[in-house]
Write a protein that binds this ligand. Structure first.
Ligand SMILES: NC(=O)C1=CN([C@@H]2O[C@H](COP(=O)(O)OP(=O)(O)OC[C@H]3O[C@@H](n4cnc5c(N)ncnc54)[C@H](O)[C@@H]3O)[C@@H](O)[C@H]2O)C=CC1
Ligand SMILES: O=C(O)[C@@H]1CCC=N1
Length: 258
């Protein structure tokens, strides 16, 4: 099985590292992009390839450039080069319909992984195009299982999924940074403050997941009656934390409508 990546940015790099960790041989991965493909190839042992060769030689082609680059990239390639090719798109805002119109002879999958693919931790949403065969569907499922897990979602849910799971690592990082700043404000050095923040986030997520707790159960378990945590929760609620988060998700979802 040969994999070809068009685009070698942050998401492509995370997925390439994830595939290699899952046992894919670097020799079986090809990459092309104007800027970063050669350095990704140097770092990982995968191969830089010219676009036409990459498309011809790959069993599965990943579109990992920016949505606005789709038309330009396809226009300068021969019209028939994607004939019967299996294409997985990572393009955040590009619909299945748009992809199918741009690549009419290909089998298309629209997907939204996230950068946690590097550690086998991407929850990816996928939707299959109408022309995809059962065999190709299985190849796609195998691909996403190598970098985490996947859910099949109707396309109407992709914008919300993108805002929460795709953009989410950035939002979690923002919360981590806010906890770090709060610790620094109390006189703790920045490095220790970051460790405290990250270890607490890591342990708390693991606690929720491994004990299958609802978030509110963990809140109750930590906020001892008459204790200090309850005062922190009241302060978050007074500042309408849930609405702050909801507004940020809405702003992310509404990006394309500005
Ligand atoms: N970064 C993330 O966490 C996520 C990104 N996405 C989607 O993944 C795609 C890539 O995003 P990032 O990796 O963040 O962007 P990036 O800016 O890090 O990488 C974009 C890549 O496209 C390449 N590129 C530009 N012109 C090209 C061409 N003519 N042929 C081939 N490659 C070309 C650039 O050289 C670069 O390697 C976007 O469509 C984005 O919506 C989706 C979910 C999460
Ligand atoms: O910021 C973006 O547009 C992409 C889509 C989801 C995460 N990154």
């Amino acid at each position: 099985m040969k994999y070809g990546f068009l685009g070698a940015g942050h998401l492509a790099s995370a997925v390439v590292f994830g595939l290699i960790k899952a046992g894919v041989q670097p020799d079986d991965i090809f990459v092309n992009s104007p800027a970063s493909a050669r350095s990704l190839a140097d770092k990982t042992g995968i191969h830089y390839a010219e676009e036409k060769q990459l498309i011809g030689d790959s069993d599965l082609i990943v579109l990992a450039f920016l949505p606005e680059q789709l038309k330009k990239i396809i226009q300068h390639l021969p019209a028939d080069c994607f004939q019967n090719k299996l294409i997985i798109s990572f393009l955040g805002s590009t619909s299945l319909d748009e992809l199918q119109k741009s690549l009419p002879a290909a089998e298309i999958v629209r997907s939204l992984p996230n950068v946690n693919a590097e550690f086998d931790r991407s929850l990816t949403s996928i939707i299959f195009g109408s022309t995809i065969s059962e065999k190709s569907k299985q190849l796609v499922k195998d691909f996403f299982n190598k970098i985490g897990s996947f859910v099949e979602l109707p396309e109407k849910d992709f914008p919300a999924f993108s805002a929460i799971a795709g953009s989410g690592p950035a939002f979690v990082a923002l919360f981590a940074q806010s906890l770090q700043k709060a610790a620094i404000n109390q006189g703790i050095d920045p490095e220790t403050a970051l460790t405290i923040s990250l270890k607490t986030l890591e342990g708390s997520t693991e606690n929720l997941l491994s004990r299958q707790l609802l978030p509110n159960d963990l809140i109750k378990a930590v906020a001892s009656p008459g204790g200090s945590t309850a005062d922190g929760i009241v302060s978050f609620e007074k500042d309408d934390f849930a609405n702050i988060v909801n507004r940020a998700i809405l702003a992310t979802i509404n990006h394309g409508t500005k």
